[in-house]
Design a protein around this ligand. Structure first.
Ligand SMILES: Nc1ncnc2c1ncn2[C@@H]1O[C@H](COP(=O)(O)OP(=O)(O)OP(=O)(O)O)[C@@H](O)[C@H]1O
Ligand SMILES: [Mg+2]
Length: 499
């Protein structure tokens, strides 16, 4: 056993509000325990009807029961089980020293919690069925070890995004569609506590004084927290879940995001070290695509990655991963993306990969691309390749570089070879919509040439968008480079052109 501060007593402080423990504990017909989402247990919440109308009808999803099915569960039985959970949890917190728990492995903690919860249940004279007891133990373990009510969602690999809008509203994105779940946090304090735990794991903090924080989970999922008073209705927690199995270009082809021919051309682009910008809107699949493209980098190359929150999952052996740092509470110690990219240049990189280009580091990345670090890549928020170029121009201008506009455009057109556009279509599917070459300059204008464009044709009976990837038939300007790498045949076959 570990640091007990006192054995829980059924009449003790921890059991406040649990007066009729014995009767309250008598289980009603058991709700499906594993499937059952956690419900808010505060007195205030209990008075309210359990189901709050969702803004959109929620489709049923395993592990996150839709609100509509709540009426199947005995509301009274559920309420009692929730009360038991809270009381057992309080007793447990009275009895254990959490700092000692942190010294144990998760398995050991689970075992300890298991023992203690069984002990508390018997001391309180509660009568619970085995599945109910297991549910109580699982929920408490999730609270102590993991991320509380959202823990089951994190275990699911089909969820792309998890959005918590205050303690009572949790949305998920599955198959490109938003769904509201019935999961709730006990209260704002529990939600905030979990956010704290997430961000402190990467040495950051979030509170009223510094209410905005980026972090990541141990599995690489990207996290953003914005707390009150900035988030008006309670802390907003957004998690971009990273797939356990890294997606590859093969997978994107299976999903219909690219055709086999486009896949081949994209492989060649990566293999022959073209400088590439991946452009797209929020959640369009930029980071995923960047990951996929890096899968075709030669294992012998030295790669340096710079990210705001390390998301990339490079498989190559020779990778140095760098991450920016926000300022501390006194506003000191910030390390910006620009500083990271500049520092990269002194680290003998062969390729530099910038997770997201969003500020003056654009200039440093272009410099790197222009000075022998071929095959560098980055993502950028833009709706089409032309806009991506304008965004780079704006970023450089806002960085305070006093470059004449023509000189700036020459830098861009000299540095960037390819822009790949990712899009999330209105049916939730993700497509690569453009593979565009930066050809050069015509007067003051940067000339672009689309090699492949996705053309939308219509919609099928299921509301899915139909369309096709169309190659322009033009010979890419990187043909000679492909030849240099001995890949012109591969390219010719994909483009159905003569060698
Ligand atoms: N081609 C695809 N087909 C299906 N799902 C995809 C595809 N590309 C990406 N996804 C999924 O979409 C989600 C968002 O992808 P990703 O993180 O790459 O987007 P992003 O454009 O980088 O987003 P952000 O703008 O927030 O950085 C992820 O869960 C990812 O697994
Ligand atoms: Mg991204």
């Amino acid at each position: 056993m570990f640091g007990k501060r006192g054995t829980p007593q059924s009449g003790g402080a921890a059991s406040k509000g649990f007066g009729a423990g014995g009767s309250g504990a008598t289980p009603k017909p058991a709700p499906a325990p594993k499937e059952e989402p956690r419900q808010s247990t505060s007195a205030k919440d209990k008075k309210e009807p359990a189901a709050k109308p969702a803004s959109k009808p929620a489709a049923p999803t395993p592990g996150a029961e839709p609100q509509s099915s709540k009426k199947d569960i005995s509301a009274e039985g559920k309420e009692k089980l929730d009360t038991i959970k809270v009381n057992v949890f309080n007793d447990l917190m009275e009895a254990v020293d959490l700092s000692e728990l942190s010294a144990l492995t998760p398995e050991q903690v689970r075992e300890e919690i298991n023992d203690m919860v069984s002990e508390i249940i018997s001391m309180r004279g509660l009568v619970l069925s085995m599945p109910e007891q297991q549910l109580v133990i699982d929920d408490i373990c999730n609270d102590v070890l993991g991320l509380g009510p959202i823990e089951p969602l994190l275990a699911r690999d089909d969820i792309a995004d998890l959005m918590v809008n205050g303690p009572d509203v949790v949305y998920i994105e599955v198959d490109g569609k938003m769904e509201q779940t019935s999961i709730k946090f006990r209260d704002q304090a529990q939600l905030m506590n979990i956010c704290q735990r997430i961000v402190s794991a990467v040495g950051r903090r979030v509170d009223e004084a510094s209410p905005i924080c980026d972090a990541r989970l141990a599995d690489g999922s990207r996290v953003n927290v914005i707390a009150p008073p900035l988030a008006i209705d309670g802390t907003a927690l957004t998690i971009r879940k990273f797939k356990k199995d890294k997606l590859t270009l093969e997978n994107l082809q299976q999903f219909g995001s690219i055709t086999p021919e486009l896949k081949t051309v994209m492989e060649v682009v990566s293999e022959i070290r073209l400088n590439t910008l991946i452009s797209g809107g929020t959640g369009s699949g930029k980071t995923t695509l960047l990951n996929c493209m890096t899968g075709h980098i030669d294992p012998s190359e030295r790669i340096i990655t710079c990210e705001d929150s390390a998301e990339l999952q490079l498989q190559q052996p020779h990778v140095v991963r760098l991450e920016t740092r926000p300022p501390n509470l006194e506003g000191k110690g910030e390390v910006s993306m620009r500083e990271l990219v500049k520092n990269c240049l002194r680290m003998r990189p062969e390729r530099i990969i910038v997770g997201e280009v969003r500020g003056p580091e654009a200039f440093d990345l272009l410099q790197a691309m222009n000075t022998g670090h071929d095959g560098s890549m980055g993502t950028i928020h833009a709706n089409n390749p032309r806009e991506a170029i304008s965004r780079v121009e704006n970023m450089i201008m806002m960085g305070g570089y006093n470059l004449p506009s023509r000189a700036m455009r020459e830098q861009i057109s000299g540095a960037v070879n390819i822009i790949i556009q990712a899009s999330r279509l209105r049916d939730g599917s993700r497509k690569i919509t453009h593979l565009t070459e930066v050809v050069g300059m015509e007067g003051d204008i940067i000339t672009l040439q689309d090699l492949c464009v996705y053309e939308i044709e219509g919609e099928d009976s299921n509301g899915k968008i139909t369309g096709r990837h169309k190659f322009s038939g033009l010979r890419p300007t990187f043909w000679e480079k492909a030849k240099y790498y001995g890949l012109e045949r591969k390219l010719a076959e994909a483009l159905q052109q003569n060698v």
